[in-house]
Design a protein. Structure first.
Length: 185
């Protein structure tokens, strides 16, 4: 039986190194782990409780919540001005509702990313962990990956072709998979 991981990328740019890192996770997931890269965060409007009703809920938000019916989350974030991008925070906000039955509650979640700076976006990753954790996700503190110097490190090579990055991603995904309770048959 395969475990499912939904990857949410905080960058909307098609050539983003963080998107490429998520693509590497999809390509090199360990055996028994299926990673799905979510497409469509750009279409999800900013969270507003006035539109989060049965009559007005946007189709893009419904699709996000339906996709979140996975076993775990991999949040992949760049660092924008010292924190995570609004698009990732917005996804967490939509997934945190409705209160008491959000898709995040109790869901194993790992946060990874890459950034140009020397620390690889750790501030953004810390903020993503904090936000998802407050929303009820089970944050895996030992499943971390912050890759510094993305602009130079991945200038010529895709992260999927970086042996060290792939090994580290596979370790994060293995840790994530181990945290998932698989129902008995």
């Amino acid at each position: 039986m395969s475990v499912h991981v939904l990857a949410l990328v905080g960058s909307l740019r098609s050539g983003s190194h963080n998107r490429q890192l998520a693509e590497a996770a999809v390509k090199h997931a360990p055996e028994g782990v299926e990673v799905t890269l979510y497409e469509g965060l750009a279409e999800v409007p900013f969270y507003n409780e006035d539109i989060d009703t049965d009559e007005r809920r946007p189709a893009a938000a419904v699709r996000l919540r339906e996709a979140a019916a996975r076993t775990a989350f991999l949040l992949v974030t760049p660092e924008y001005n010292g924190t995570m991008p609004a698009v990732l925070k917005n996804a967490i906000d939509w997934l945190s509702r409705p209160f008491g039955s959000s898709a995040l509650v109790g869901t194993p979640t790992a946060v990874v990313g890459t950034a140009f700076g020397q620390y690889g976006g750790v501030w953004a990753q810390d903020d993503a962990r904090k936000s998802a954790g407050i929303a009820g996700a089970t944050i895996l503190e030992d499943a971390r990956l912050a890759i510094p110097g993305s602009v130079t490190r991945f200038a010529e090579n895709h992260p999927a072709d970086d042996t060290e990055a792939v090994a580290q991603l596979r370790q994060v995904l293995s840790t994530l998979a181990a945290a998932i309770e698989v129902p008995e048959s």
